[in-house]
Design a protein around this ligand. Structure first.
Ligand code: ATP
Ligand code: LTN
Length: 331
């Protein structure tokens, strides 16, 4: 690989991606490919920290892989693979787990949220989820990790684990930095704009799925919760409008001042319709490309097989050194 900084990121195959996943993370994955060496994966091993139907998980994993390509990740430019295909992640996970404290994992807010939401299945994988995430990143010694703001705490933990390992065994891991977009790092629910837009929301009107058709997208935006004011302007307390302005700004490239003057004197109704249309038009090529790619199973298989081979080769070099450093006998 050329001498550029290394990017690593992953996404769970727990359903279709939302507009939040797209704007906070995936959309940027494609645009970073020119400037950086990029490695991306579908984290199916993370997905089983909550109960999954096996057949659905398999299908969702393949769909997520194709969807990443449809969103602009090019397997010729980046290494794109499926996490469970590359065993170094699980191997490094064990070693990092032995260098992570129970107390620091107990402080993870995602663990607290998810264990409350699934009280009947607070399994140890859910608890150690961030260790596997650290292993994903450190197995490649990545410099930068493009994620939405909700992943910041996990990334800080990954840095702490890396730092502790370096202190104990000698400088080895790069300390990864989060790469969080300035606009779109936290897209909010369309129904409760103080909460993040999430795939696991029970209200289907709360989130836009990137494969929703145009009519559905427009309908969901028309129903978006706003406030009793009438003026389209970005200001504190107007969470619904601020969220819609953020979304509109990302898809049109206009800044907030330009959006405010475009809708001066018009009501929220006109604005919501404009946002819906702009988002639907923006996502149209993704939908078309996904439909084309998902028919080509042989091509997808070739891409993920080659992706796994490259990822294995790259991470094996690093994980072998880690095995040696902790005192395992060389094979
Ligand atoms: P769930 O809500 O079901 O836990 P998720 O939608 O958060 O899942 P993940 O696979 O955990 O999906 O996240 C994939 C990427 O999308 C991460 O980088 C995450 O930070 C980002 N992301 C998720 N939701 C949003 C959002 N509402 N706004 C911006 N980025 C987001
Ligand atoms: N926890 C992440 C998904 C994830 C990830 C990673 C992101 C797993 N491994 C490595 C960046 C780097 C999430 O989005 N929920």
């Amino acid at each position: 690989m050329e001498d550029k900084k290394l990017i690593f990121s992953g996404i769970q195959p727990t359903g279709t991606f939302t507009l939040g996943n797209y704007m906070g993370a995936v959309k940027n994955w494609g645009s970073l490919q020119e400037e950086y060496n990029c490695i991306y994966c579908v984290v199916d091993m993370h997905a089983i920290t909550v109960r999954q139907d096996p057949a659905k998980l398999r299908q969702n994993t393949l769909n997520s892989y194709a969807l990443l390509m449809a969103c602009g990740v090019d397997p010729e430019k980046s290494i794109l693979f499926i996490q469970s295909h590359v065993r170094t992640h699980a191997e490094l996970n064990w070693i990092l787990g032995c260098n992570t404290q129970f107390g620091e994992l107990s402080r993870m807010t995602q663990f607290k949220d998810k264990s409350q939401r699934h009280p009947d299945d607070v399994n140890s994988g859910l608890f150690t989820y961030p260790v596997l995430m650290a292993a994903d990143i450190l197995a490649y010694n990545a410099d930068l990790v493009p994620v939405g703001v909700d992943q910041k705490q996990h990334l800080e933990l990954a840095r702490n684990i890396a730092q502790r390992f370096n202190q104990r065994y000698g400088d080895f891991f790069t300390l990864p930095e989060p790469y969080i977009p300035k606009v779109g790092a936290k897209i909010m629910s369309l129904q409760e704009p103080t909460k993040k837009m999430s795939k696991s929301d029970e209200n289907p009107n709360a989130c836009i799925l990137i494969l929703d058709d145009k009519d559905t997208i427009i309908r969901k935006f028309k129903r978006a919760v706003t406030d009793s004011d009438t003026e389209v302007c970005y200001s504190e307390g107007k969470d619904g409008i601020n969220n819609l302005m953020t979304i509109y700004s990302i898809v049109t490239g206009k800044d907030f001042a330009a959006i405010e003057s475009e809708f001066a004197g018009k009501g929220y109704g006109d604005f919501k319709l404009a946002v819906g249309e702009a988002v639907a038009d923006h996502l149209e090529p993704v939908r078309t490309e996904f439909a084309r790619l998902s028919k080509d199973k042989a091509y997808l298989k070739k891409c993920y097989t080659e992706g796994a081979e490259k990822a294995m080769k790259y991470s094996q070099r690093i994980v072998s050194k880690v095995y040696h450093k902790v005192g395992f006998v060389d094979r």
